[in-house]
Design a protein around this ligand. Sequence first.
Ligand SMILES: [Mn+2]
Length: 319
Amino acid sequence: MAIVTISTHMGRKVARLHNLREPKVTDKEPHIRKDGHHEVWLDIAPEKAYKAIFGKAVERYNNRQTREDRKVTDYYKQVCSDSKKAPVYEVIVGVYPQAGTLSDKEQRAILFEYAKGWKEVNPNMRMIGCYFHADEQGAPHIHLDYIPVAHGYKRGLDTQSAHIRAIEEQGFRTQGKTTAQMAWTRSENERLEHICKAHGLQVTHPQREKGSEHLQTKAYKAQKELENIEKSIKRSESVAKRAEKVATDKINELADLEEAQHMILFVTKARTFNPDGSIRAVRDDYSAFCEKRGFTPIQAEKLNGELVEDIEDYSFHLE
Ligand SMILES: [Mn+2]
């Protein structure tokens, strides 16, 4: 199971040409891979969207005006020139793997679900653009552009483009240190988290943990470490088994050797009665025997020493 962090970054900066991958703009953006994948899920020009959303309100307002100069001719332009407002807002949504992996396809599915569910929970935030970018450095993400729509104004148009009012109309209120905007952002994060969980992902909140590594991530890493340790134990066990076999072979070889020693002693006994036989001759025979059996010089020397002692003992008894 992959562990991810999520983010819904809300902002007033909308770069439609970047989102649409307009070459004039993206040619100057080196972080975009030319051969990368991107999709346009929805794209309505803001001017057009403003006419569709506020056209009727503009009409109602203009019909009430007696003075021609008070009539609204272009509501979009009016909002653009209002320093307190942005005509279009944007949320950048991403799912970022912290441990484990997540395919582009899976990321796309989650983000698509998020975008698809937008309309139902955000009736006041009219989506006019949605762009899937899997061609930038880092994880795939979407840019979701929307126009905030608030109703019930007594002054000016009865329906206006107004971010905070639109959020409040959706039921979010400022409470203590939590602003309506923060509450709404949190609710969108929870919605995304819910989708991630439905896709079998674990979601961590490193920022809530104030930069410390999340316990779930730690647990995941510990689990992986344990698996690695288990693997290395298995490897050690098979090494031990092989070593045991080598040891058994060596013991068998030593048993053979002991037998050979007895044989040599037997030969020595025979040579004692032979005027040409000597201890030295037996020792040379034995050295050759060790060499043939593949013993190291030290092993051979040690055994040799023992053998000589044995032979000397034996000779003594014979006298
Ligand atoms: Mn992008």
